[in-house]
Write a protein that binds this ligand. Structure first.
Ligand code: 9MR
Length: 617
């Protein structure tokens, strides 16, 4: 399938520049002290800057013009060479625009810290080899969502004083509040209480489409861990959330914060479009940088309902019904009732599209093809209920057999058919075995595609050379999820290797030698675009908390800072750690969600062999 609206927007570029969130005091202001290229770019030996798992792949990429194999040497903390070998020349690497070689030291499995890989006179940054490598990231990446909570104070006892803040958008001046929000003119004549949820990103908007996808990923990370018998690590009292100790797994507590908000976005009975979901709620005009949530004085507005938002709500709520049932049956029942109503309303209004043009004060999240959302929602409702109406909607959808459900550009907020396939591939249901096997085969085929692409690239990235669009790091993490699920389905270790190498990319084995995750690695992003974590603009404010993923390289250069600083960049190098570069360096819930998923997966100590299947297959 060609890139859809979320990927590249020829018509969107101008609008983005005019309305982009760098508006400070009404003027387009270049942010001060644009970050210099990362320090790690000075070393030609690119590694995962945190390190490697003892039983995992261990590869590095070396930037070099040499065409013959070079000798690599792995030194321990004392400087002693503990392993050595020859690199494999790869020549020109199109996405990075570099000439590279690959060093593979996977066979070295001894734990330790302070390892350095030396090749041809250059040394990598020091890194660890240890089994608990991802334990901290598992909780930090998930804690991102608590930091992003709207409508509740963020307490110093959970996050530390630098990140504590009063509740945002509860109606305390100067906030107008999300407690009684009117619609935009002509959309509705009443107000709604849409408090809570997560702020989407560096802005204070809350968007049902992106919220639904992100919630699904957070809940899915728990569901997958439970299938593998490893959910204890995500259980009650494992995360820094206020609901610790309530008997419900903390990851589900976090997801519920958003689910409650998403359900508040449903149009009430008796009103036009009852059962549909408002597409989004955000400020009437973009606020400046920085603006802490509780200082946002803009009027808040509900935007017209959309079929896409309604189906995202249906999918996330149906998944909620299935996964929450053992922990809170009443909540699960409420989720199911919301999901059913949303589905029925979407069927009655199948083409209420959110326009790309609606991007004043918030992102558009426009989407004019919702057949994939119908498929995803049907798959979730079918696996939640087993009912024939939903089953027929699954089997009758062209997405059920379409070879492009997993596109070369991965899944995302506008491309959700893959999510339906992942659910049908992993959750027990009543479709014929042949059908289920075909769905599973489609997951492994997609994963095979990502593996071949990784094998063909010097930095082992699962995205194609033209796939570095807004949020490419989220795409890398999404692809890694597909790889991980393929590993679960087949027991084939190559898929786990691929998923872990995607993590290597995010943590520094990339064209810039940049770790895109705050707090992880010697040269890590720390100036992501955010209205509160805006240290680069105001030294009294914090950097983003550890575990925050930057959007990543975006070859379309869709903000003024990127245009000024990155002109002529190779696709994989179109990134700058500057708070003004919202098109390469924002944070967002739909990027941290797959990161949290992947970190939880990577943190598990693997079982040998194939995972048991609850449906006995
Ligand atoms: O992730 C979104 C990306 O796919 C779009 O191309 C881009 C422009 O419309 O918007 C991105 O989402 C932003 C949203 O519109 C507003 N909140 C911040 C999001 C991340 O940058």
């Amino acid at each position: 399938m060609p890139p859809t609206s979320r990927l590249r927007h020829p018509g969107r570029l101008a609008a983005t520049l005019l309305t982009g969130s760098l508006l400070v005091g009404g003027l387009l202001t270049p942010s001060p002290a644009a970050a210099a290229p990362s320090a790690a770019a000075t070393t030609a030996v690119r590694v995962n800057q945190v390190g490697y798992l003892p039983d995992g792949p261990k590869r590095a990429t070396v930037v070099t013009t040499a065409t013959q194999p070079l000798t690599w040497r792995l030194r321990d903390a004392s400087g002693k060479v503990v392993a050595s070998g020859a690199t494999v020349p790869r020549g020109a690497d199109t996405p990075s625009g570099q000439s590279v070689q690959v060093a593979d030291f996977s066979s070295y499995r001894r734990s330790g810290s302070g390892y350095v890989l030396a090749v041809d006179g250059s040394s990598s940054v020091p890194f660890d080899i240890r089994a608990n490598l991802y334990d901290a990231l598992r909780s930090d990446a998930m804690a991102f969502f608590h930091h992003q909570r709207s409508g509740t104070p963020i307490d110093a006892s959970l996050v530390g004083s630098a990140y504590a803040r009063p509740a945002g958008h509860l109606g305390v001046a100067p906030n107008k509040g999300d407690t009684s929000v009117p619609c935009q003119a002509t959309v509705c004549d009443y107000t709604r209480d849409v408090r809570g949820g997560w702020y989407d990103a560096g802005d204070h908007g809350k968007y049902v489409v992106n919220g639904g996808l992100s919630t699904w990923l957070v809940v899915n990370s728990f569901e997958r861990a439970k299938r593998a018998g490893k959910d204890a690590a995500l259980g009650d009292s494992t995360l820094r959330v206020p609901e610790r100790g309530n008997g419900v797994p903390d990851v589900l507590d976090e997801a519920r914060w958003e689910l409650d908000f998403l359900m508040r976005m449903q149009v009430p009975e008796g009103k036009p479009y009852a059962g549909m979901a408002f597409h989004k709620i955000h400020d009437a005009a973009w606020t400046g940088m920085p603006t802490r949530p509780e200082q946002d004085a803009q009027p808040r507005e509900l935007h017209r309902p959309s079929t896409a938002a309604t189906l995202n709500l249906a999918a996330a709520a149906a998944q909620c019904a299935r996964v929450f049932r053992p922990y809170d049956a009443a909540f699960a029942e409420r989720c199911l009732s919301v999901a059913r109503r949303a589905w029925t309303a979407a069927r009655a209004n199948p083409a209420l599209y959110a326009p790309d043009s609606d991007s004043t004060g918030g992102g558009a999240y426009g989407d004019t093809n919702v057949t994939d959302e119908f498929y995803w929602a049907a798959a979730e409702l079918y696996t939640a209920t087993g009912e024939s109406g939903y089953r027929d909607a699954v089997t009758g959808s062209s997405w059920h057999t379409s070879p492009t459900a997993f596109s070369a550009y991965g899944f995302g907020w506008a491309d959700t058919a893959a999510l339906g396939r992942l659910t049908l591939a992993t959750v027990p249901h009543g479709l014929p075995a042949a059908d289920r096997d075909r769905v599973r085969a489609s997951v492994t085929a997609a994963a095979d595609g990502y593996l071949s692409r990784m094998a063909a690239q010097g930095y082992a990235v699962p995205v194609p050379a033209d796939g570095y669009f807004w949020g490419s790091n989220g795409e890398v993490a999404n692809d890694a999820i597909v790889l991980a699920v393929a590993g679960e389905l087949t027991g084939d270790k190559r898929y786990r290797t691929g998923a872990l190498e995607a993590m290597d990319y995010l943590l520094g084995r990339n064209a810039l030698g940049q770790s895109y995750i705050t707090g992880y690695g010697e040269a890590a992003s720390r100036n992501q675009h955010h209205r509160f974590w805006a240290h680069q603009l105001d030294a009294s404010l914090p950097h983003p908390p550890a575990g925050s993923l930057a959007g990543g390289p975006n070859s379309a250069l869709q903000d003024p800072v990127a245009q000024e600083k990155l002109a002529g960049c190779a696709p994989a190098a179109c990134y700058i750690d500057d708070i003004g570069s919202y098109s390469t360096n924002e944070v967002a819930v739909n990027w941290n969600a797959p990161l949290a998923w992947l970190a939880a997966y990577a943190a598990e100590r693997p079982s040998t062999g194939r995972q048991p299947w609850t449906d006995g297959s």
